[in-house]
Ligand binder design. Structure first.
Ligand code: UD1
Ligand code: PEP
Length: 427
C-alpha cells in the first residue's frame, strides 16, 4: 500500500503551478459526447485517476480518445453505446453526468446508480427529475437508471432545482443543448466549473446563457461540433496550497490561481492574519506574522460561499490556531471523517451536529493516519507539514483521484515529503 511520509517543521516557499480543474474537466469530457461533427481538443487536463476513469468511460461509449500530455483529442462522431461500464461509473460519481449528453444525443442512457460515499449519501433525484421534466422516461432497475427520450427527442422546459446541485445543473444543461426549444434552469449551481462547461458547450455550437448566475437559459440547437478548450485552473488545488502556505509557508506563490474564484477562502485567510497579494498571474500568501493563525468561524455553502471541498484543509489549519474555531458543514451530511484522523495527531476537535469545534493547540504530533476521502487526504498532508515528527498518510487512491503530483509539488516547495510504494511481500 502506497503511503506519503512527511517530516513536519520544514517551512515551504517558492512557486507552485496549479493545473486544470478536476471538477471542470470531468463534465467537459462528458460534454464532448455531444459533438457529432469534428474532434474536440481539450488543454490543461490534469493527470488524475478521475480523468482516466472519465476517458475510459467515453471511450467505452464509442469516442476515439487520444491522450497527450495535458492535451486530449476526442472524436465523438461514432457514439455506439448508451450504457457506460457499470464498474467505471460506480468508481466515480461524476460519471453520472454522461446521462444528459447520451440521452439527448442518442435518445437513451443506462447509468449505474452511484452509491453514497465517505462524505455522506449523494442522491441523484434532482438529475432524474430534471431530465424527466424534459420528457425523458426514467426507471430504476437492477441498480441502474434507464433513461429514454420521447420520439422527437427531449423538449425544453422550466426547471427549478430544490438544491443548486452542481451535477444536476450540468446534466440538465447538457441535455438541453440538443433539445427542442428553450430550457430554463432556476436555482442553478453558480460554480465556476459550470461556467467553464457552458463556455465549452457554446464553443461547440450550443446556445447557453446565464451560467454563473442562478438562472441559466439554453436554446436547443440541431447539432453540435468539436471545439478547442482550455480548462480553468483548479481553485481547490490552489486553495489547498494557499492554506498550506498560510500555516507552513515562508512566502508561497500559487501561480495560475484565480482570486475571483477564491474570494471566500482569501477573506478567511486574511481574517486569520495571513497576508495575501494577488496579481494577474497568481496569488502569493505569507503566513501570520505571530506564527499562529487567529481562530475563525467558517460555514460551507454553495458558490460563492466557502466551498465544502476546502473544509477539511481549513479544519487542519485551524487545529493550531489561537483560540476556538468553528466550522459548519452545510453541503454534505457526513464530511467530518478527517476529524478522527486529526485527533490521532493530537487535535482537539469535537463535533456537534454539523459543526466541528476546534480548540487550537500549539503543536500537532506526527502519526499514522488514513485519507477517508480526497480532501481529507489533503488535510492530513497539510497537518503533517506542521506536526512534530513524522506523519504517514495512507489511503492514497483518494488523493490520486483529484491531485496531480501533490507530493512532487510540495517537494518543489521544500517540504520534507515523499511517497513510498510499499512492496507487497510474496511468500
Ligand atoms: C465532480 C464534482 O464536480 N464534484 C463536486 C460537486 O459534486 P456534486 O455535483 O455531486 O454535488 P451537488 O452540488 O450535486 O450536491 C450538493 C448537495 O445536493 C444534494 N443533492 C444533489 C443532487 C441530487 O440529485 N440530490 C441531492 O439531494 C447532495 O447530496 C449534496 O448535499 O459539487 C460538490 C458541491 O460543491 C463538490 O463537493 C464536489 O466536489
Ligand atoms: C467531493 C469531491 O469530488 P467528487 O464529487 O468527485 O466526489 C471533491 O472534489 O472534493
Amino acid at each position: 500500500m502506497a503511503k506519503i511520509v512527511i517530516e513536519g517543521g520544514h517551512r515551504i516557499s517558492g512557486t507552485v503551478r496549479i493545473g486544470g480543474a478536476k471538477n471542470a474537466v470531468l463534465p467537459i469530457l462528458a460534454a464532448s459526447l455531444l459533438a457529432s461533427d469534428g474532434a474536440s481538443y481539450i488543454d490543461d487536463v490534469p493527470s488524475l485517476l478521475d480523468v482516466e476513469h472519465m476517458l475510459q468511460t467515453i471511450e467505452a461509449l464509442g469516442c476515439d480518445v487520444q491522450n497527450g500530455l495535458g492535451s486530449i483529442r476526442i472524436d465523438a462522431t461514432h457514439v455506439n453505446s448508451y450504457e457506460p461500464p457499470h464498474d467505471l461509473v460506480r468508481q466515480m460519481r461524476a460519471s453520472f453526468v454522461v446521462a444528459g449528453p447520451l440521452l439527448t444525443r442518442v435518445g437513451e442512457a443506462v447509468i449505474a446508480l452511484p452509491g453514497g460515499c465517505n462524505i455522506g449519501p449523494r442522491p441523484v433525484d434532482l438529475h432524474i427529475k430534471g431530465l424527466e421534466a424534459m420528457g425523458a422516461e426514467a426507471r430504476i432497475e437492477n441498480g441502474c437508471v434507464h433513461f429514454r427520450a420521447p420520439k422527437g427527442g427531449l423538449h425544453g422546459t422550466r426547471i427549478y432545482l430544490d438544491i443548486p446541485s452542481v451535477g444536476a445543473t450540468q446534466n440538465i444543461m447538457m441535455a438541453a443543448c440538443l433539445a427542442q426549444g428553450q430550457t430554463i434552469i432556476e436555482n442553478a449551481a453558480k460554480e465556476p466549473e459550470n461556467v467553464d462547461l457552458a463556455n465549452y458547450l457554446n464553443a461547440m455550437g450550443a446556445r447557453v446563457r446565464g451560467a454563473g448566475t442562478d438562472t441559466i437559459r439554453i436554446e436547443g440547437v440541431d447539432a453540435m461540433h468539436g471545439a478547442n478548450h482550455n480548462v480553468i485552473p483548479d481553485r481547490i488545488e490552489a486553495g489547498t496550497f494557499l492554506i498550506a502556505g498560510a500555516i507552513a509557508g515562508n512566502g508561497v506563490y500559487v501561480e495560475n490561481a484565480l482570486s475571483q474564484h477564491l474570494s471566500s477562502l482569501l477573506a478567511k485567510l486574511e481574517e486569520a492574519g495571513a497576508i495575501i497579494e494577488d496579481d494577474v498571474r497568481g496569488i502569493r500568501v505569507y503566513p501570520v506574522q505571530s506564527g499562529r493563525m487567529r481562530a475563525l468561524d467558517v460555514k460551507t455553502h454553495y458558490h460563492p460561499a466557502y466551498p465544502t471541498d476546502m473544509q477539511a484543509q481549513m479544519v487542519a489549519a485551524l487545529c493550531t490556531a489561537v483560540g476556538t474555531s468553528t466550522i459548519t458543514e452545510t453541503v454534505f451530511e457526513n464530511r467530518f471523517m478527517h476529524v478522527a484522523e486529526l485527533q490521532r495527531m493530537g487535535a482537539e476537535i469535537h463535533i456537534e451536529g454539523r459543526t466541528a469545534i476546534i480548540e487550537g493547540i500549539h503543536r500537532l504530533s506526527g502519526a499514522e493516519v488514513t485519507s477517508t476521502d480526497l480532501r481529507a487526504g489533503a488535510a492530513l498532508v497539510i497537518a503533517g507539514l506542521v506536526a512534530d515528527g513524522v506523519t504517514t498518510v495512507g489511503g492514497l487512491h483518494h488523493i490520486d483521484r483529484g491531485y496531480d503530483n501533490l507530493v512532487g509539488k510540495f517537494q518543489a516547495l521544500g517540504a520534507n515529503i515523499r511517497r513510498i510504494e510499499e512492496a507487497v511481500e510474496v511468500c
